[in-house]
Ligand binder design. Sequence first.
Ligand code: WTA
Length: 651
Amino acid sequence: MYEPVIAVPPSFAASALVDEAGYRAMYERSIADPEGFWGEHGRRIDWIKPYTTVKNTSYGHPDVSIRWYEDGTLNVSANCVDRHAATRPDQVAIIWEGDDPGEQRLITYRELKDEVCRFANVLKAHGVKRGDRVTLYLPMIPEAAFAMLACARIGAVHSVVFGGFSPDALAGRIEDCASTVVITADEGLRGGKRVPLKANVDAAISRISEDHFAPVETVIVVRRTGGNVAMTPGRDVWYDEEAARVPAVCGPEEMNAEDPLFILYTSGSTGKPKGVLHTSGGYLVYASMTHQYVFDYKPGDIYWCTADVGWVTGHSYIVYGPLANGATTLMFEGVPTWPTNARLWQVVDKHKVTIFYTAPTAIRALMGAGDEPVKSASRASLRLLGSVGEPINPEAWLWYYHTVGDNRCPIVDTWWQTETGGILITPLPGATALKPGSATLPFFGVRPALVDNEGNTLEGAAEGNLVLLDSWPGQMRTVFGDHQRFVETYFSTYKGTYFTGDGCRRDADGYYWITGRVDDVLNVSGHRMGTAEIESALVAHPAVSEAAVVGYPHDIKGQGIYAYVTLMQGEQPTDDLRRALVHWVRKEIGPIATPDLIQFAPGLPKTRSGKIMRRILRKIAEDHYEALGDISTLADPSVVADLIENRMNRR
Ligand code: WTA
């Protein structure tokens, strides 16, 4: 295979935080002496009571326990806000670019402190205390960051739910963490269209069973569009009215390093989404350190990550990492394709963005629109590009590099997960020669390894399952309310290691190439989804008796959703029903889970013990039905011919 290698630009190496030799030395030290390394780098944030212990972690199944800096105390919001408000009050902390190109807000660190304190006081006035869970269901507006930091300030635990999720999905997440306070907006605005957030919250709350032990008591509504929404007296309040009544001063709570900071729900291969729990000290050290080194962040940079705060990328690399570093972070409410395909590059020019971090799906979609929209903007301010969320194909990488970056900007392809809290495998732009499509090398303190399906370690150039041999400070600590599930999901497959769920190849230079999920998790446009969730939504439809969902390669989304559906006796497999099922799944989970292809299947391939053979379904969905392997173990091998005959994805 031809693999171009792109050397570190001399200009980067000269001014970067670390060069190649520096990376090697720091990496080796971080592995040889994690205590010393993280003990030193933990001091990059402010502690109220400094820690005396650094690492106390065990991957020993079944007693997995992960603690970092466990006797230190701090406040995350004081680190992201107060220390910069004191030293650089007039620097812009957040540039907000509205969906409408005519709308923007610039919020300085001084203003950020006032806003966060006010929001914290509103939460307090509604009885929110340390340890309470608060659900956020917000558009990409500065109030989302204010609310997250306000929770951190008073020691409450936020659970941000992506605004594209349906009322049902929201209800499940509110119930699971028993949050009695929900923060939302009247409506969101994306690509000129209104999103009925408050109405969705109402619908979600009405779905939470009456006898749930923690009913929602308060809904705080931020005014975004001014659209008409129903307000339930005694439960719903307008944020602006509440904020006007409280002072803009609120002291930060002293929190332990291991006190929870947030919960973020994410999909796994089985069951309902898991509440990934991150804690305060180690998470912030890791988010801020990776933000600085991976993006070669320096004061004066204008940094833009296009993620939504509803995903972990928004948590670590729009809010916590950049703000902990006193950076100027850009928050974008809109979409890359509205009003035109040139929007992202116009925003880059307008705000003189120097560091730009986005997802392969956006790159592929814009690549499809041609070079003209890119060339219509100068992009002269850009010096570094980033990619996250899914494997980036070399073709999209090269387009990003040549066309968007004018061959001038290194690309950091960053591999990580909701569970990892921050970036684990990535180039450092001043240190790492790049190979398009490879996430390259581990960050400091990260020990990746490849194992075969039996758990044998693979050495040298090899392909296998990606595991991590030891902990890093940003690692998730548990599944909220279910530590057993945490241990089972991540530490029981290959004992003594954390299993990522990803497949990976390591080349002769030691570079890592993530090949995608090896479990039943899909990655559609960089959004993670469990096949089990989509299947359970489908079988909840009265016409459906059975469903199996798999992924297949999709030019823009990376993966598309392919659903095999068996109907109830007497139901007719019509196009109308197909459309109804698509609509149903959108309503049950949200538009991100929209099935791309639905095949009506009289029967699914099952073993004699009743287990669905997904391997076969995947091959047919990929249109590679020539190599199905042994199907003689199926209870009824004849179903396969029908599946092939009526397959939906023909090239
Ligand atoms: C995939 C997003 C290849 C991977 C931060 C992982 C990637 C899952 C990359 C986590 C990358 C993320 N190259 N694959 N640079 N980044 N992934 O939890 O399969 O939404 O396990 O976190 O996305 O998705 P999550």
